[in-house]
Design a protein around this ligand. Structure first.
Ligand SMILES: CC(C)(COP(=O)(O)OP(=O)(O)OC[C@H]1O[C@@H](n2cnc3c(N)ncnc32)[C@H](O)[C@@H]1OP(=O)(O)O)[C@@H](O)C(=O)NCCC(=O)NCCS
Length: 155
């Protein structure tokens, strides 16, 4: 697997939505119940992904021509989205995407990033050097999710 990181194009929207749905349904399902997983995954369609391109910067991780992960930075300080297809899990794809986000934030002169992190990604953000600000409940489509607000100082 040779991963390259690039900024997303409009025609990546369907592949990005498919990565999000697959990762939620296969990875996050270990942490949330069926109704929560249905609500979360239904937020990602090619249309909603394209709408999200309007703000911030989205990067994709590609293996050859295939999109296997994506991340979004919402300036100034929000690390907004991070998803990796289960077929590419634990190979450093999320790490490479997080480095792209951090590099861009540093280049913009920022000193920290924050993220709202699901239970399924908590250990990953721990590994990236994020620290807990607070645990809280986020409501999405009528479903309540235990999540964590986390912060990383950029040095
Ligand atoms: C969270 C997610 C993006 C991680 O993607 P990934 O490419 O597998 O992560 P990486 O390979 O870059 O892992 C980086 C480090 O995080 C930690 N990590 C990753 N997955 C982990 C797991 N399941 N359990 C514990 N630690 C984990 C490890 O320290 C890992 O480094 P290592 O493999 O050298 O030990 C992916 O599992 C995913 O899409 N999950 C479902 C959706 C989700 O929760 N997204 C985040 C929304 S806030």
């Amino acid at each position: 697997m040779t991963i390259s990181i690039r900024t997303a194009r409009t025609d990546d929207a369907a592949a990005i939505a498919a990565v999000a749905v697959a990762s939620i349904r296969e990875v996050a399902t270990n942490y949330y119940d069926t109704a929560q997983i249905d609500a979360w995954s239904s937020a990602f369609t090619p249309q909603t992904v394209q709408s999200a391109f309007v703000t911030g910067i989205t990067w994709v991780a590609a293996d050859g021509g295939e999109v296997v992960g994506f991340a979004k930075w919402e300036p100034p300080t929000e690390f907004d989205l991070l998803y990796v297809h289960p077929s590419a899990a634990r190979r450093g794809v999320a790490h490479a995407l997080s480095e792209a986000v951090e590099r861009a934030a540093r280049e913009a002169g920022l000193f920290h990033l924050e993220a709202t992190v699901s239970k399924s990604a908590r250990k990953v953000f721990d590994a990236f050097g994020y620290e807990l600000i607070e645990d809280f409940i986020r409501t999405v489509d009528g479903q309540q999710f235990a999540v964590a607000r986390m912060r990383k100082e950029l040095r």
